[in-house]
Write a protein that binds this ligand. Structure first.
Ligand SMILES: [Zn+2]
Length: 196
């Protein structure tokens, strides 16, 4: 886990948003290989194991079919112009992170519940859990792969963590208008912003 990602993290427990305090155990350059993250509000602790932030809770069962999205499509749909900030890839779509990183230089990528074959890397942080332990209004873009783009809780989490007016990309049927204002939609892929 990229150490500077700590500034964006929140405790996933159900209380008012709180930061997490990192107690690194093993570091490798700017990556946390192992350590602990603690919440000052509820005293919960979470572990970083093999570079992965284990945030607790269960991920959705992985999609049986591979993602139809390509790194090029993700880049066009996410629409980031220029470096800086963070983009999250949720589900098996995160296996495309290397190509996405090449197409979006200077953007830090976070993979949430990628396939088990996907490992963290210096430019790529991995989080596993049942929700998105990231502060509200923190990301420049988020891509929800299958089946996350059709789950109301994950849609709501994606809308919470992305900056207002910036893009949420989903692979699935169109999201409910109560959560996301749709900007564009084609069969199986949509693009929107959080509802104002
Ligand atoms: Zn807490």
């Amino acid at each position: 886990m990229f150490i500077e990602l700590t500034d964006l993290l929140r405790c996933p427990a159900d209380h008012l948003e709180s930061y997490l305090v990192l107690l690194p155990d093993v570091m490798e350059d700017r990556s946390v290989k192992s350590g602990e993250l603690g919440c000052p509000v509820c005293s919960c602790t979470y572990k970083v194991v093999n570079g992965v932030f284990e945030a607790g809770g269960a991920p959705l069962p992985p999609a049986s079919a591979p993602s139809a999205l390509s790194a090029e499509a993700i880049t066009v749909l996410a629409g980031l112009s220029g470096p800086g900030g963070y983009m999250a890839l949720v589900g098996r779509v995160a296996s495309l992170w290397k190509e996405v990183a090449q197409l979006n230089p200077g953007v830090v990528l976070v993979g949430i519940n990628p396939g088990s074959e996907v490992d963290h890397a210096p430019q790529f942080s991995v989080i596993r859990g049942g929700s998105i332990p990231i502060k509200s209004n923190a990301l420049r873009a988020i891509v929800l792969g299958k089946p996350y783009a059709e789950d109301p809780n994950w849609l709501s989490e994606a809308a919470r963590v992305v900056l207002p007016g910036l893009r949420i990309v989903g692979e699935g049927s169109d999201p409910p208008p109560s959560l996301i204002d749709l900007s564009a939609s084609s069969p199986g892929v949509w693009l929107g912003v959080k509802r104002r």
